[in-house]
Design a protein around this ligand. Structure first.
Ligand code: PLP
Length: 402
């Protein structure tokens, strides 16, 4: 059991008010708040260590480099990768997926080859493949979802063909809260000799990740959704695949030798890290991962699952409540009667409650559901039952206005 009131003290922003009311922050799927230790670690680095990494012979540069590379080791441990060569720092999930689409695409995808996506993907796992499609005539196949909001696994199996080169799917849906059976999906894909990319943006904050146990080929997540800073994310990739992929961007740090005639590239992971990295953010990310790991995912999952079930139960008391998806994880998406999602979100905001409304960057999923958008409450380890109660009574108040 975790002491939520103690945990809340670690997050300074949670004690602020909005419109004269206590903040009830239920937009964690968009970004999480940061514990003081993350803010302090980053402030300390700017105050006392700041220097560009990898290039300097001087003391500060070496110290900054040590912090940056220690952060890579922390990430390696967090996802249980074999080696830090497999941990590439990016700006976030979006950049990680774009990197794979571009670089894996260049190495392995030819006209007529196929990539499998699913109907519940975020735009950042759709558009990069369409951009690739504009250069190479790949075929995008889409696994449908059931009415319950789960992947149709029989339909998925039928999508594989001898031309399938990659399956890229989300671990946890940011709209439906579905936790996909990724271990089974990976097994099926590998039986067809197809590698798998997992978009773990909504998994990393809520579930333990073990890339070796899962045997996924790529995995992407964002620092800011897992209590870390913005501007930093991770791409895990199997070394054997990364070795065969060309660099994504060119510039400093990713090279071996440069001349106007010929350039050679650095070893992994630096081959994929052109330019100055956000080395202060990587320190913050490492601190965030240590923070959540110290609490432990067993406790985090227990708390968040209980809170999500409680939210479903309490919200279902509201007349006209319609849920979208099974809410396996910390996400509850809904509509209430004929109230427009934007109106509901705006009025909840006035009552101090931060939720997200709209299509949640998943327009194809909205088309499948036959709606324009939902209201989404998404929980983190610091949310409480009292906050769920506040959400329910605020919705009731809004409902009476209509
Ligand atoms: N994938 C999923 C499932 C997401 O929920 C998000 C963000 O909401 C992303 C990808 C994109 O993450 P970022 O904007 O941090 O790159």
């Amino acid at each position: 059991m975790i002491d939520i009131q103690e945990i809340r003290k670690d997050f300074p922003i949670l004690s602020r008010e909005v419109y004269g009311r206590p903040l009830v922050y239920l937009d964690n799927g968009a970004t999480t708040q940061k514990p003081r230790c993350v803010i302090d670690a980053m402030t300390d680095e700017y105050l006392n260590v700041n220097a560009n990494v990898h290039r300097g012979v001087h003391y500060l540069s070496q110290q900054a480099t040590e912090l940056h590379e220690a952060a890579r080791e922390t990430v390696r441990r967090f996802v249980n990768a074999r080696s830090t060569a497999e941990i590439i720092f990016t700006r976030g999930t979006t950049e990680s997926i774009n990197l794979v689409a571009s670089s894996f695409g260049q190495a392995f995808l030819h006209d007529g080859d196929e990539v499998i996506l699913t109907q519940m993907e975020h735009h950042s796992n759709i558009v990069p493949w369409q951009l690739l499609q504009a250069r190479t005539r790949i075929i995008i196949k889409v696994c449908p979802i059931t009415d319950e909001g789960r992947l149709d696994l029989d339909a998925l199996e039928a999508l594989f063909s001898p031309r399938t080169r990659l399956l890229s799917c989300t671990f946890v849906s940011n709209v439906l809260g579905t936790v996909n059976p990724v271990a089974d999906i990976i097994r099926v894909a590998h039986a067809h000799e197809v590698p798998v990319l997992l978009d773990a943006a909504q998994a990393a904050p809520h579930l333990p990740i073990d890339v070796q146990a899962l045997d996924c080929d790529f995995l992407a997540f964002s620092g800011h959704k897992v209590y870390g800073p913005t501007g930093v994310g991770v791409l895990y990739g199997k070394e054997t695949l990364l070795e065969q992929m060309p660099p994504y961007m060119g510039g400093g740090e990713m090279i071996g030798k440069v001349s106007f005639e010929h350039t050679t590239f650095n070893s992994l992971p630096y081959k994929f890290e052109a330019g100055t990295p956000d080395y202060v953010a990587t320190t913050g990310l490492a601190r965030a991962l240590d923070y959540v790991s110290a609490i432990g995912f067993t406790a985090v999952m227990e708390h968040e699952k209980a809170l999500t079930s409680y939210a479903r139960e309490r919200l279902s008391e509201i007349p006209g409540m319609r849920f979208f998806g099974p809410s396996d994880d910390s996400v509850v998406s809904f509509l209430v009667g004929e109230i427009h999602h934007l109106d509901l979100g705006t009025l909840l905001d006035r009552l101090g409650i931060a939720v997200r409304t709209g299509h949640h960057c998943a327009e194809p999923l909205m088309h499948r559901l036959g709606i324009e958008g939902t209201v989404r409450a998404s929980f983190a380890l610091y949310n409480t039952r009292e906050e769920v109660d506040a959400l329910v009574s605020a919705i009731d108040r809004v409902r009476q206005m209509f």
